[in-house]
Design a protein around this ligand. Structure first.
Ligand code: ADP
Ligand code: MG
Length: 479
């Protein structure tokens, strides 16, 4: 149903109700009041007439009486009949024998007893027709109904015109504009915004359309540059990751060189001594072929040991190609092995509780490197506080996970930096790179589906690395 027909229906219903009320309630009431008022007036006129007639009755002036009553009848055509009877019931007026007309439906009969000194002297009866009065009332009421109908029709027409001008036309244009907007057109004409509610609607529609236009433009620009930006970002990230890995590898290489130097110190000394002895033997003429053979064999053994050390380290840095089942304890021990020499150098005690047979699936070499980063950090933290200190490394299989805990006694990580230590390039050290923990986190969380967390103990920092155990073996390892 359109707005127009709704409003028409409302007005028509109001009109019908009003007319119904007028017909059923108001008009009968009004008619009755007017008829009653009229009857009271008639009665009063009759009383006055009676008062004039009484002396004539008393004096027996029948001629005057007839003249008076004839005059009255002429002046009041609605008085259909007048009858005057004396105290004994004889008719004084009209003349005896003249028949009285019968009372009609619209007639009212008044009866007035004329008294003299309290005794009835005569009775006046008048038959008055209400028909002219009723006709007049009905005519007036009809005029009212007609006036009402005309007013209502006018109101309807006016409402229609106003509705058309202030609501239907602007709303129609607004609807057309919003259809256009949905189709991506932003310049459909809008109705003029007046001060009423429709004006408010038009203004807010215009605002909304502007906003949509702006954000669409923005989106389009964004879409145009997004692809470029993503590609740039991807390239930059790849570069950054590459750099990180490079840097981290350099850091552990440094550690390795340090260790190799340490491992080689003793065989190098021995070699030096051996060479020295060969020269002495030769100079003192005590060099026999047996001596020489012994010395070259010794030198050979030392060189093999040194070469073996290099192999050990090379294995450690060989990148993992594929996921494999690996012994977590062995990987932890590998990391300890790399740092062993420098830890010993700084008198740092290592307590290792590393059970065998804890098997997980993943990249063992990467896992060792992550742990190596933790150990290097612990070592550096202890170094800052002078020689001594202790690092405890514990491995446990718990609830389907292999948990490695690294504790140190270097006083811990300040609370205010604790939340940031895993961020790339975050460091509190003058020579720090800030990638050790970031790399460790990437390896453990991204590549091994595990977790790494830092906290503080009363003595120092605690790092817990947790990775899932190999699924099939998990149950067996629990007990
Ligand atoms: N065992 C630890 N004790 C105290 N602070 C630590 C420890 N391990 C890491 N940190 C803090 O975390 C920071 C980030 O470590 P890391 O990512 O390895 O970078 P870097 O060692 O180059 O500073 C360190 O600078 C240090 O402030
Ligand atoms: Mg570090």
């Amino acid at each position: 149903m359109t707005l127009r027909s709704k409003i028409f229906l409302l007005l028509a219903l109001t009109y019908a109700f009003l007319v119904g009320y007028l017909y059923v309630v108001w008009m009968p009431d009004a008619t009755r009041y007017q008829v009653e008022a009229n009857q009271r007036l008639q009665h009063r006129a009759l009383t006055t007439l009676g008062e004039g007639l009484t002396p004539m009755v008393l004096a027996g002036q029948l001629g005057d009486l007839h003249d008076t009553l004839d005059q009255v009848r002429q002046g009041n055509p609605e008085w259909r009949a007048v009858e005057l009877l004396d105290a004994r019931g004889r008719r004084l007026y009209p003349l005896a024998g003249t028949p009285l007309p019968a009372a009609g439906a619209d007639d009212v009969q008044h009866e007035l007893v004329l008294r003299i000194g309290g005794n009835p002297a005569a009775t006046l009866r008048v038959l008055i027709s209400q028909a002219p009065l009723l006709a007049e009332i009905r005519a007036a009421q009809s005029r009212l109904i007609v006036a009402l109908a005309v007013t209502t029709l006018l109101a309807l027409a006016l409402a229609a015109v106003m509705l058309e001008a202030t609501v239907r036309r602007p709303v129609g244009r607004l609807a057309a504009a919003s259809h256009a907007l949905a189709a991506g057109q932003f310049d459909a004409p809008l109705p003029r915004a007046g001060g009423d509610e429709i004006g408010e609607l038009v203004r807010s529609f215009a605002d909304m359309r502007d906003e949509v236009r702006d954000s669409q433009q923005h989106l389009r620009q964004l879409a145009a540059t997004l692809e470029d930006r993503v590609q740039q970002e991807v390239a930059r990230n790849r570069e950054k990751d590459h750099l990180l890995i490079q840097q981290s590898r350099l850091a552990s290489m440094g550690e390795m060189v340090h260790n190799i130097a340490h491992q080689w110190r003793q065989p190098l000394n021995a070699l030096g001594l051996l060479i020295h002895n060969i020269r002495d033997d030769y100079e003192y003429g005590t060099m026999t072929s047996a001596n020489l053979r012994q010395a070259t064999a010794d030198a050979q053994r030392l060189l093999e040991r040194m070469s073996h050390t290099i192999d050990d380290f090379r294995d450690f840095f060989r990148p993992d190609r594929e996921m494999a089942d690996f012994d977590v304890g062995a990987a932890v021990r590998d990391a300890l092995f790399i740092t062993e020499a420098s830890l010993k150098n700084y008198n740092i005690e290592v307590a290792a509780d590393i059970p065998a047979g804890v098997v997980a699936e993943g990249y063992p070499s990467q896992f060792s490197q992550a742990l190596l980063n933790l150990l290097i950090n612990a070592k550096e933290a202890l170094q800052q506080r002078g020689p001594g200190g202790r690092i405890a490394v514990r491995l446990a299989a718990e609830a389907g996970r292999a948990n490695v805990t690294v504790d140190d006694t270097a006083g811990g990580i300040p609370e205010e930096v604790l939340a940031k230590i895993f961020e790339p390039y975050f460091t509190t050290k003058e020579q720090g790179s800030g990638i050790g923990l970031y790399m460790a986190k990437m390896i453990i969380e991204k590549n091994m589906n595990g977790s790494i967390a830092a906290s503080n103990t009363p003595a120092g920092a605690r790092f817990v690395v947790s990775i899932p155990l190999k699924a099939a073996a998990a149950g067996a390892q629990h007990g």
